[in-house]
Design a binder for this molecule. Structure first.
Ligand code: ADP
Length: 606
């Protein structure tokens, strides 16, 4: 069966050769062509490649007498550059590289190299993974997990890529360090040297090289064996699938006629040398598949889109972003902590301020109270004497009644008159005491509507009741009947008026004018009421008047200097003003203050 197939193929080759010779003779267009530029991939440098491929150049030249065949040799990059630059009509390169140039520069294969006469060109390239025979632990390719494997170069097709793909299919990925490739370089014999030195567990050779070296006696038979042979009975053992051979490809701009003539020449070549054996173009689809699996050129874009590739490519940006995020997070946390701390501090400060204000209010109330007591204290020097008067009168009436009773001339009329007098004097004493008790009482501030003339009258009564020789106090009421009411803390305003009266009296006593009358005037002023206390004392120099309302300003030996400053704060708390002026009509001093009428005060409060 096999022999019959081969015979049939030989017959086909014979007819193809004859046909080509005929076509060659009939192609006048080639006669016009001058140059045929062929670029060849040179693994071992120009010299070696030239020696290897010169036979082909000469054979083509012989078949194309009217054309100058120019062979040039390049490494992978050089060949691609020259091809892309349009400097070559044809290229000869390995299957992997051809697929790359096909994808990138539209290279079109016109023939595929055959290794042996009669064998197809589809299955000629492959690799054998060899291991020292004594390594009984290594039976199949799967046993290579975690081992070191000697290869030629990273972009070698049969020197590395074919085995890489095979290992990957078995889920052994060199890129995940599941096997360690050791690249020994070219020529391929270096792989065997690495194995001989024991530096690697396995090595990769192109198919048939092991058998060739053994045949030549350069390697003892049985020293190395092939792992996982795909066709155990074949004369050459392979560990990988077989791929198409080297490609002879035309550039996109190569004229069809030239390509045809070259193809015909190639197919008609024959000889022992493998560089002269070319067949119809093979299907390079398996090579495409393999390179796609490996995600290498021309399929490197697949790798670039994988997550891992993105991470590898963009990790500095990612790290920067992460660092920025961390810093931002730290900054936010710090700001948050600061805000919370400041809020706490602010709350504490507000609480402290509220407490302070409360304390101040309490202290103010205490001071007002003290001030009232102080005024009373100063005025009450004569209080006992003042109270003595009604008490003495009561006593006199009581003794007179007793005497008349004993003498027997006690008339009903006398009893009635005496009882009436006693009751009046008792009421007068009680009135004085009530006023003092009321005035000295300690109680929280409270505002109410008060009749101003009445309030002033009560203070005058209190003041006069406390002095033995009280001066005359004249009250002039200029208010209209309907506007008498003020909305105030009655006791506080009484305190102010009493303080002004006491100061007025003191001033007059100072220049022996204690008997001079003191004037009080109540009058309207816009929407306010003005109350003025005017005395006939020595008055006050301008310099002193500037400090009149300052706390602790006093000219009296026993004075505290607090009375007027407290009066000023009381009046201002009632939205009024306290001022001191010199009277236009003579000596003395006018102290006057304003207060809003009751209706205005209530309107302002709402
Ligand atoms: P004190 O009466 O304890 O001195 P005041 O604050 O009531 O405190 O008065 C402060 C000072 O203002 C007095 O010492 C006095 O010198 C002056 N003064 C107050 N009223 C008058 C007035 N009617 N005439 C002159 N001087 C006055």
């Amino acid at each position: 069966m096999r022999r019959r197939t081969r015979t049939r193929m030989d017959v086909c080759s014979f007819f193809i050769a004859r046909l080509c010779a005929l076509l060659l003779a009939c192609l006048p267009i080639v006669a016009g062509a001058t140059e045929l530029r062929i670029g060849v991939l040179a693994w071992f440098g120009d010299q070696t490649a030239a020696t290897q491929w010169q036979t082909l150049g000469a054979a083509l030249q012989a078949h194309l007498p009217h054309t100058t065949v120019l062979m040039s040799y390049h490494d992978m990059n050089g060949l691609e550059k020259s091809f892309a630059a349009g400097q070559l009509d044809f290229i000869i390169t390995n299957p992997g590289h051809y697929v790359v140039l096909e994808a990138r520069h539209r290279a079109t294969r016109i023939a595929t190299q055959k290794i042996e006469p009669g064998r197809d060109s589809e299955h000629v390239v492959g690799s054998a993974v060899i291991v020292p025979n004594e390594r009984t632990d290594l039976r199949t390719l799967d046993d290579l997990r975690g081992k070191r494997i000697a290869a030629t170069v990273p972009d070698g097709f049969s020197g590395w890529m074919t085995v890489w793909a095979e290992l990957k299919r078995r889920d052994i990925d060199p890129e995940r360090k599941e096997v360690t490739p050791l690249f020994a370089g070219l020529p391929m014999s270096r792989v065997i040297e690495t194995l001989d030195r024991g530096e690697a567990d396995a090595g990769i050779l192109r198919v048939c090289l092991l058998e060739h070296l053994v045949r030549q006696g350069r390697l003892p038979a049985g020293r190395y064996r092939v792992l996982s042979p795909q066709e155990p009975d074949a004369p050459c053992l392979r560990s990988t699938p077989a791929y198409p051979g080297w490609a002879f490809a035309a550039a996109a701009q190569t004229p069809d006629a030239l390509a045809r003539a070259t193809l015909v020449a190639l197919l008609s070549l024959d000889g022992r040398d493998s560089v002269l054996r070319w067949g119809v173009p093979a299907d390079y689809h398996p090579v495409h598949e393999m390179l796609r699996e490996l995600q290498v050129a021309p399929y490197e874009f697949l790798r670039e889109h994988s997550l891992g590739a993105h991470i590898l490519q963009y990790w500095p940006i990612g790290a920067g972003l992460l660092a920025f995020l961390m810093l931002w997070l730290l900054y936010t946390l710090r700001v948050d902590a600061l805000v919370q701390r400041r809020t706490r501090e602010l709350s504490a400060a507000l609480a402290a301020r509220e407490e302070l204000e409360e304390n101040m209010q309490t202290q103010c109330q205490k001071m007002e109270h003290m001030s009232r007591l102080s005024v009373l204290g100063q005025l009450s020097g004569t209080l006992a004497h003042e109270l003595n008067q009604p008490l003495a009168t009561i006593g006199n009436y009581a003794r007179s009644l007793t005497r008349r009773l004993w003498s027997g001339n006690l008339s009903e009329e006398a009893i009635g008159q005496a009882a009436h007098e006693i009751a009046e004097q008792a009421e007068r004493a009680a009135g004085i005491l009530d006023g003092i008790r009321d005035f000295a009482r300690k109680r929280p501030s409270r505002r109410e509507d008060c009749d101003a003339p009445k309030l002033v009258g009560e203070v005058v009564a209190l003041f006069r009741g406390m002095l033995v020789h009280a001066p005359e106090i004249r009250i002039e009421d200029k208010l209209r009947n309907e506007k008498h009411s003020i909305h105030v803390d009655r006791l506080q305003i009484q305190q102010v008026v009493l303080n002004l009266l006491k100061n007025a009296y003191d001033a007059q006593v100072e220049i022996d004018r204690a008997g001079q009358p003191i004037d009080i005037v109540l009058e309207p002023e816009d929407d306010r009421m003005r109350i003025t206390v005017r005395d006939h004392g020595p008055g006050l120099p301008d310099a002193d008047r500037e400090h009149l309302f300052e706390p602790f300003f006093t000219t009296k030996p026993d004075g505290m200097g607090l009375g007027l400053s407290i009066c000023k704060s009381i009046i201002e708390a009632h939205a009024g003003q306290l001022v001191a002026t010199q009277p236009d009509d003579g000596a003395g001093l006018r102290l006057s203050f304003t207060l809003p009428f009751a209706a205005t005060a209530r309107h302002d409060a709402t």
